[in-house]
Design a protein around this ligand. Structure first.
Ligand code: CAA
Length: 472
């Protein structure tokens, strides 16, 4: 039997929970210690605090803590969950998937074997893998395979860079657990518009056995923009051909997306990406000519517009002029309106927490919901666009619509309360943790009602086995 168009099952995000470690470094202190102007971190990158994991925390226990939160909040039992996926780029093992550790932890609370029926894998593609995991699980639901169960998609990461590197200013850690089902209270994904772009690249990667990534910072910034734009082009084609979006004369697809959530390696990257996408979308519209007159300079073009990323980055004259043009463009009222209404609220949590790799985009989504709701904006029916990017490299653009019952979930969101009392680390404490000089049992904080790591075996026959407990 062919499923008729109107009978297609909805799929989307019903609820969302975050788990953020309680330790942090303060950007201003940190910048001073590294001999960097604090304004570069605060206003240049948009980083105020960076969450840091304690010695008894790893990405698996961050993920388990986020899962437990979303399950307890919704009074779910393991029988309600049909799939548990973990997307991460902080993998613990080349073979054993992170969701198996998470299930082991959850079974300490819900009982041995209670998740036995629950399928799932660990997904990897740098920061974009969480979006692929969401898409695959949404399709599991749409295909009618879920048997009234929900999927849990957890994105969890520790963003850790070498001491003294430029990436060290953009660290963070945390997990976001998303509950997916066919009657989502928060957001229903738009069907048949999810779009991707992919290319073999070495902008940011972490070879086997290496704890920190190899990063080509400016290259990765530009590649992110290009890839997300490619995916947006594909999204646009699908949105127009399926009739999801109908453009009137002079309109662009972005006029039909009420909020944009971007991957946020640091919060200002969201603004950079918005400016890039808006420029490309507006360039062919009548409003662009007026804007150029207002800005007062022509939009610069690289010497070789069809050149490589390297040749564009090496075109110093173009890079300087483009930087100047972008600054003027982002100051215009027209751009500021778009920024304030579509993006700004999604950046608030990122500033306070830092980079969560896979989880950054979804922390941004959660931030946008909470802070737009607090402003008193009616969100029902609003279309949310997602710009996901993972180094290596792939981008995914997709969208969804806020559902009538969203208030039931959003009214209780309180980032400050969820972060709770945090402890600011001294630079010495931070460096000890960073360089793995403290042992697992020498944690800075006493754990409370959460999963923590207690040991990692070193004997040859059990090397790498991890033990976790739920600390009362
Ligand atoms: N006062 C105010 N602002 C200042 C300043 C000062 N004293 N000094 C510099 N700034 C501004 C700069 O103008 C710049 O702003 P614009 O981009 O708006 O021009 C901003 O601060 C950053 O300065 P630089 O570009 O000079 O910084 P950098 O080259 O030292 O490092 C970085 C920036 C490349 C992002 C680096 O932190 C890095 O390598 N990070 C890791 C890689 C990364 O996050 N890449 C992002 C795309 S890849 C990705 O997204 C995947 C992922 O999660 C890692």
């Amino acid at each position: 039997m062919r499923i008729r168009e109107g009978m297609r099952m909805a799929a989307g995000i019903d609820d969302i929970a975050i788990y953020i470690p309680k330790l942090f470094v303060d950007a201003s202190d940190f910048a001073v210690a590294r001999g960097v102007d604090p304004a570069k971190m605060q206003s240049g990158l948009g980083v105020s605090q960076m969450a840091i994991v304690d010695t008894n925390q790893d990405p698996a226990c961050l993920a388990a803590n986020a899962c437990l939160k979303v399950m307890q909040k919704n009074k779910l039992s393991p029988d309600d969950i049909g799939r548990l996926y973990v997307a991460t780029e902080s993998s613990l093992d080349e073979s054993k998937a992170m969701n198996s550790y998470v299930i082991g932890m959850l079974e300490q609370v819900y009982g041995e074997g209670s998740f036995e029926h629950c399928g799932g894998i660990e997904c990897k593609f740098a920061c974009v893998s969480g979006s692929y995991a969401l898409y695959d699980n949404a399709n599991w639901i749409r295909a009618g395979e879920a048997e009234n169960k929900s999927a849990l998609v957890v994105v969890s990461d520790i963003a850790k860079y070498d001491l003294g590197s430029s990436g060290e200013l953009t660290q963070g850690a945390g997990a976001v657990a998303m509950l997916l089902n066919d009657k989502p209270r928060l957001l229903a994904f738009d069907p048949k518009v999810t779009s991707t772009s992919i290319k073999n690249e070495y902008d940011f990667y972490r070879p086997f056995g290496k704890e920190t990534p190899i990063v080509h910072g400016q290259y990765s910034n530009l590649l992110y923009l290009i890839q997300v734009r490619n995916a947006l082009e594909a999204y646009k084609r699908k949105a127009l051909s399926t009739g999801l979006i109908k453009l009137k004369e002079g309109e662009t697809v972005l006029d039909h997306i009420d909020y944009l959530n971007m991957h946020l390696p640091y919060s200002n990257m969201g603004k950079k990406a918005l400016a890039y996408l808006v420029r490309h979308e507006w360039r062919t519209t009548p409003r662009w000519k007026k804007l150029i007159e207002k800005i007062g300079i022509e939009e610069p073009r690289p010497k070789d517009p069809r050149g490589t990323i390297e040749s564009i980055l090496a075109d110093a004259d173009y890079m300087t002029k483009d930087h100047e043009f972008t600054k003027l463009f982002t100051k215009t009222k027209e751009f500021q309106d778009v920024y304030e209404t579509k993006l700004a609220s999604s950046l608030i949590a990122s500033k306070m927490i830092g980079n969560l790799y896979t989880a950054s985009l979804y922390l941004g989504f959660r931030s946008s919901l909470e802070f737009e709701f607090q402003k008193g904006v009616e969100l029902e029916g609003k279309r949310i666009g997602f710009g996901s990017y993972g180094s290596g490299s792939s981008a995914m653009v997709f969208s969804g619509v806020i559902q009538p019952s969203y208030k039931q979930v959003v009214k209780d969101m309180n980032l400050e309360a969820e972060l709770g009392k945090r402890k600011k680390l001294s630079l010495e404490e931070y460096e000890e943790i960073h360089e793995n000089k403290r042992s697992v049992d020498d944690s800075i904080l006493e754990p409370k009602k959460e999963f923590v790591l207690v040991s990692v075996a070193t004997a040859p026959e059990s090397s790498g086995e991890r033990k976790y407990v739920f600390s009362e």
